[in-house]
Design a protein around this ligand. Structure first.
Ligand code: FAD
Length: 455
């Protein structure tokens, strides 16, 4: 049973009813004439597109001076027009909605899979030269079939355990667990010692073979944001509009005040902002205590991307990536499928490692990253053209890359945060089964639009 189906069964956990968002569909007599959407990330854009198709007037209010939110494609100055992703990178083969949207808009999805090298104890193992134990390989092969046999009650128990403990209890070797820590923590953005075993197992059981690291949109993932904005109408998306307060005192009306002094009213509102931003908004009336508690409980992963533009692609293989046991953590070719002799190697770090790389001096950061490449490639300093960094732990609006479901949160916090509050509905990647993905953001935005309009 998939996570989505699981939640849709409306399971009771303690006193909390797990709400099926679809069961809330159109609790209102008619569709509203106007809806305000806060946030022009994929969730807000997807919601707006759906509402527009239903004939509802939409206004998106967005803090940043760009659309896309955590989808953030960037052209490095020294990159000869190449595009890298500071935020979301991969589209998964199982991510049906985003694949469909790309198809609808004529956007090309290019293969962005990698074959992974390993750097452990300063020894470099090329892809194909290292592996897990036969026991771990066998478990990984069987994991989906095993998952399907686990009962609902057992799955809920798994949520109270971390992924590291689950693997340890299964008796895997220290080396296997160390490798799983290095690899799986890149997916969750924090150590697997903190990741819910349910969230981890569910994601891997339902993912494509490469854990949804399959495709990338040609020209950058932000091109999809641009296409969505065209359909919604650029005039309906107001940038540099930070919402400070949401007032729902009058019946069937919601009014918002923005930092720039502007005020907007509509019948309904969809709030797609990450919890960090949501807690900064003044709510009148105030949010229910159970919602506030859930907002405080949900953590976000610390991910930093530290790309380096090199004058040549010394890594040679276009499908090169490498997991390491160094603070630089993980490297991949950020310019796969892009023309040019130069290229960008993306250094991707999580948790404490990302925090450290972001806080040390530029010189120290450069040394840490280049030293991590030495066992595989020698000294590559001579090829460096530009060093960049985007640390999501310090992003002004999300203070993290994506929601991080630690122990005992999935079945409690998520359904609480999904509950509408008067005329306000909630969406965003943190509320989706494909949580942490663009697909999840799109699904949750479309679900919220459907709840409101019945369309
Ligand atoms: C480093 C990193 C790597 C990732 N890798 C992948 C990947 O490989 N594949 C994948 O599918 N996904 C990946 N993701 C996740 C993906 O980016 C997100 O799931 C998705 O983009 C979230 O969309 P959203 O609309 O829910 O939120 P957001 O994109 O955060 O949109 C919310 C918007 O609300 C705005 N906002 C906040 N507060 C206010 C306010 N008060 N008033 C007005 N506007 C406000 C914000 O500026 C933002 O634009 C990654 C994310 C990061 C950061």
């Amino acid at each position: 049973m998939k996570r989505r189906e699981f939640l849709q069964k409306g399971t009771l956990v303690g006193s909390t009813l797990l709400l099926n968002t679809k069961s809330l569909a159109n609790p209102f007599m008619g569709k509203p004439k106007s809806v305000i959407i806060i946030g022009a990330g994929f969730s807000g854009l997807a919601a707006a597109k759906k509402l527009k198709e239903a004939g509802v007037s939409v206004t998106i209010l967005e803090s940043r001076n760009r659309i896309g939110g955590r989808v953030f494609s960037h052209k490095p100055e020294m990159g000869n027009g190449q595009v890298i992703e500071f935020g979301a990178e991969w589209v998964g083969n199982s991510h049906e909605r985003i694949i469909q949207l790309c198809k609808d808009f004529g956007l090309e999805l290019q293969n962005n899979q990698f074959e992974t090298d390993l750097l452990l104890n300063e020894s470099h193992f090329k892809q194909g030269q290292w592996s897990f134990s036969p026991e771990m390989e066998a478990f990984w092969k069987e994991k989906t079939a095993l998952w399907e046999k686990i009962s609902k009650a057992q799955k809920q128990k798994l949520d109270r355990m971390d992924w590291w403990r689950f693997l340890s209890m299964k008796g895997f070797s220290d080396r296997d667990i160390q490798l799983r820590e290095l690899i799986d923590s890149t997916d969750f953005g924090e150590s697997i010692r903190h990741t819910s075993a349910y969230a981890a197992y569910a994601e891997y059981a339902e993912s494509s073979e490469k854990n949804e690291m399959d495709l990338k949109i040609k020209g950058g993932n932000a091109t999809l944001a641009g296409k969505l904005a065209e359909v919604i109408g650029q005039d309906n998306i107001l940038l540099n509009h930070t919402v400070l307060s949401i007032n729902q005192v009058a019946k069937n009306e919601v009014t918002v005040n923005c930092e720039n002094g502007k005020t907007f009213s509509a019948e309904k509102l969809i709030c797609t902002v990450p919890t960090f931003s949501l807690l900064k908004i003044n709510w009148n009336p105030v949010l229910p205590q159970i919602t506030l508690d859930a907002l405080h409980e949900l953590q976000y992963a610390r991910i930093g991307k530290f790309p380096i533009v090199f004058s040549q692609r010394f890594w040679e293989r276009e499908d090169f990536d490498m997991v390491t046991d160094t603070p630089a953590h993980y490297f991949y070719n950020g310019t796969k499928n892009q023309a040019g002799t130069n290229g960008v190697l993306m250094c991707y770090a999580i948790g404490e490692k990302a925090d450290t790389l972001a806080s040390v001096s530029k010189k120290q950061r450069s040394e840490i990253i280049l030293n991590a490449l030495k066992p595989a490639f020698g000294d590559v300093k001579k090829y460096v053209k530009e060093e960049l960094m985007y640390y999501w732990g310090q992003d002004k609006y999300s203070a993290g890359a994506y929601a991080f479901y630690g122990k005992d949160k999935w079945f409690d916090v998520m359904p609480t945060l999904k509950k509408p509050f008067k005329n306000v509905h909630f969406a965003g990647e943190h509320l989706a089964d494909w949580q942490g993905f663009m697909e999840g953001a799109i699904n949750s935005g479309e679900d919220a639009a459907q709840e409101i309009s019945g369309y």
